[in-house]
Design a protein around this ligand. Structure first.
Ligand code: SF4
Length: 177
């Protein structure tokens, strides 16, 4: 890299680029790593330096970053009106309302974490069919209550319809005086 040199500034690797004319040199962060240090001995058998080794072994922050990108990209697709993005969200909402837990996990942006969070408190396989989760519990699960109310309304509507049909057919009910 002509017209530049690598210099440490308070231990941070910088690259100082010489500019033309009377312009002072420009310093930029140098991302080239140790391989551009003249004193660095490259020996692949040594593996990664201990500090990086730990970081690579714990890849969670990398994964979290990727998931954050996925969320942002999906939000952008929704904002742009991408029809498949909306379809995806609707499919996930439907799976959620119908308590299809496996479908919910698989449709999520991070299925592994979604499954882990669910299984933290309800690890049994049967819980993947349950009509509640551990967040509100079985007695106040608003989605279960909504389903029950809907089913009840449907049953009522069905009974009322049958009463109308019964009367139209001239049916009579014996009522004790
Ligand atoms: S228990 Fe609460 S969080 Fe869990 S499915 Fe029902 S409404 Fe949703």
């Amino acid at each position: 890299m002509p017209a530049s040199r690598k210099i440490p500034v308070h231990g941070v690797p910088m690259r100082e680029i010489t500019l033309s004319g009377d312009n002072p040199p420009l310093r930029l962060y140098d991302t080239s790593g140790p391989y551009t240090d003249p004193d660095h001995v490259v020996d692949l058998k040594l593996g990664l330096p201990p500090r990086r080794r730990e970081w690579i072994a714990n890849k969670k922050d990398v994964k979290d970053g990727v998931i954050a990108y996925k969320i942002a990209a999906h939000a952008a697709d929704i904002a742009k009106g991408h029809p498949r993005a909306r379809e995806w969200d609707d499919a996930l909402s439907k799976a959620r309302f119908e308590f299809r837990w496996e479908d919910q996990f698989n449709l999520s942006l991070d299925p592994e974490t979604a499954r882990e969070f669910h299984d933290e408190t309800l690890p049994a396989e049967g819980a993947k069919l349950a009509h509640f989760c551990s967040m509100c519990g079985p007695h106040v699960c608003s989605m279960k209550i909504t389903q029950d109310v809907r089913e009840c309304a449907e049953r009522e509507a069905g009974l009322q319809q049958k009463a109308v049909e019964f009367k139209q057919a001239g049916g009579e009910i014996y009522l004790r005086e």
